[in-house]
Design a protein around this ligand. Structure first.
Ligand code: UDP
Length: 157
């Protein structure tokens, strides 16, 4: 089942946690047929925030972004499935919720670029998913398990 086992890092950001949207986000990803293999309710500290968003260190919004992501808890997750990284990004919608299509998580649940509910690894950045998973989770925190519905999600094993 090698083509079903791509893993991606997903996080409900502080605004989503504060607004009670953890369940809604998890529900959409579960409903799609993706498999949860790790989850952690946690507070991101300054160092982790700066490393996670390192690619934006020289951007004008960096300080606000780090301040926001450390301001309240997040719900960090690892999801597995066929083409998982790209499929989660499609479900998230555009970075700016004001431009995200209705039907996407950001397009349905957000209005503000700085507070856009969800993070998901960038599928266009090779290896970003594995890097982010390793940054947030130890190997033993990820659970290998067989989901009994798998044969009803994927036509061929
Ligand atoms: N962001 C922001 N202002 C900007 C661009 C981005 O506050 O002008 C924030 C926004 O929360 C976004 C995050 O920085 O989710 C990371 O930006 P990226 O371009 O990586 O977007 P994403 O991968 O989250 O869609």
């Amino acid at each position: 089942m090698s083509h079903h086992d791509e893993r991606t890092f997903v996080m409900v950001k502080p605004d989503g946690v504060q607004r009670g949207l953890i369940g809604e986000v998890v529900s959409r990803l579960e409903g799609r047929g993706l498999k949860l293999v790790g989850a952690k309710f946690m507070r991101i500290d300054q160092d982790l925030a700066e490393e996670h968003y390192g690619e934006h260190a020289d951007k004008p919004f960096f300080e606000d972004l780090v301040g926001f992501i450390t301001a309240a808890p997040v719900f960090a997750m690892v999801w597995e499935g066929a083409d998982a990284t790209r499929q989660v990004r499609r479900m998230m919608g555009a970075t700016d919720p004001a431009e995200a299509q209705p039907g996407t998580i950001r397009g349905d649940l957000g209005l503000d670029l700085g507070q856009n509910v969800i993070h998901g690894s960038d599928h266009e950045d090779e290896g970003a998913n594995e890097r982010e998973i390793a940054l947030f989770f130890d190997d033993e925190e990820l659970v290998n398990w067989d989901q009994s519905t798998e044969g009803w999600v994927y036509e061929s094993a």
